[in-house]
Ligand binder design. Structure first.
Ligand code: CP3
Length: 343
């Protein structure tokens, strides 16, 4: 079967590959001139996400340029609140915006519009599987309930998610309801992506790091476990990567607690601790995206440290968070060459 040649799937099964396979979070994005061009043609950012023609094109752009081992569906974690009629908009320079949800709004949420609203995204997945080289792993994704909820409650991005943390203390039942609801609809969305051809899926909990220990358990571990259990109950062989940014030492417990095949590591995770985490299973990460902006020695040293510490175990090479718009595309070429031992 063609899937046997997909290196990222081999690592997710626990194999060690040398060199390790590589993809980058946000690999399709504003640092690429061809992305900026398609983005301008598409109109708004969400128009890009909901246009299979354009979304397929931007997903393939970094594969053509760099030959990454995985393509990640081009979409956004906030298509879920958008599909729940929270009407998300993206404003130039301001990031995502939506009407903040309240307790009544939470209990009024219904999932019945999601399937039709997100059908263009699922169509993008099916078309991608056909368009991609057979050896390229196709990744689907969604946001973790906590991270999606932070935007739904604040109505915009914040530096520390204080609005969502405060809301959760004041309205614990409504907040638990929101997280469980998001877990259930997101599980259905991931299953649809898998059925359309996604080989594996990643769950992004980009704001896990602002939570205290007890809240991490309630808001990050429990809903993600619920989501993964729901996916596996229907698709037992689903491969799942969980990325809890900023979770620090709580990552030791996280993989087993959520039952993920691999865990993503941000760049603040010390490599010695990462090595320890790798004894329990595959890890993905964790180069500081600023090293890709800097290039040169900073880039080379960062890559070498990861390969030396984690290269002898199951590793998917990646950044510790998304690549930024300032990154130089030539630095990404240098990164891929060095990881693959061509320099
Ligand atoms: O990795 C990929 O290449 C797939 C595409 C992808 C995007 N967003 C495209 C995007 C993925 C996986 C995401 C996930 C996402 N979106 C997360 C979790 C991961 C993370 O980065 O923390 C979060 C928190 C969001 C929400 C979001 N989307 C924000 C806060 C913003 C604005 C900030 C920014 O970078 O502009 C977005 C917009 C967004 N999502 C862009 C892209 C390429 C830029 C929009 C543009 O082109 O104008």
């Amino acid at each position: 079967m063609a899937t046997e040649n997909r290196k990222i799937l081999q690592v997710l099964e626990g194999k060690t590959l040398s060199p390790p396979p590589i993809w980058l979070m946000r690999q399709a994005g504003r640092y690429l001139p061809e992305y900026r061009q398609t983005r301008a043609e598409a109109g708004s950012f969400l128009d890009l996400c909901y246009s299979p023609d354009h979304a397929v094109e931007v997903t393939l752009q970094p594969i053509r340029r760099y030959g990454f081992d995985a393509a990640i569906l081009f979409s956004d974690i906030l298509v879920i609140p958008d599909a729940l009629n929270r009407s998300v908009r993206f404003e130039e320079g301001r990031g995502p915006l939506m009407e903040p949800i309240d307790v009544d709004g939470i209990y009024a949420l219904k999932g019945d519009t999601i399937g039709s609203h997100l059908s263009p995204v699922i169509e993008t997945v099916s078309r991608l599987r056909v368009a991609l080289p057979a050896e390229t792993t196709l990744l689907g994704f969604c946001g973790a309930p906590w991270t999606v909820a932070t935007y739904m409650i604040a109505g915009h991005g914040t530096p520390d998610q204080a609005p969502a943390r405060l809301f959760a203390y004041r309205n614990p039942e409504a907040f638990d309801h929101l997280l469980a609801f998001l877990a259930d609809v997101s599980a259905e969305y991931l299953i649809a992506q898998i059925d359309a051809g996604a080989d594996a899926v990643q769950i992004f909990d980009s704001w896990a790091g602002v939570l205290g220990e007890a809240e991490f358990e309630r808001f990050a571990v429990k809903p993600v476990r619920r989501m993964i259990d729901a996916v596996r109950s229907q698709r037992p062989s689903a491969k799942i990567i969980a990325f809890a940014k900023g979770a620090g030492i709580l990552l030791k417990h996280y993989r087993q607690a959520v039952d993920a095949d691999a865990i993503g590591l941000d760049w603040s995770v010390p490599l010695s601790f990462a090595r320890d985490l790798q004894k329990d299973g595959p890890v993905q990460g964790n180069l500081d995206p600023m090293r890709v902006v800097a290039g040169g020695r900073a880039l080379d040293d960062g890559i070498d440290a990861i390969l030396q510490t984690l290269g002898q175990g199951p590793l998917i090479f990646n950044l510790g968070h998304g690549i930024t718009p300032q990154a130089n595309p030539d630095h990404v070429t240098a990164l891929v060459n060095r990881v693959r031992g061509h320099s």
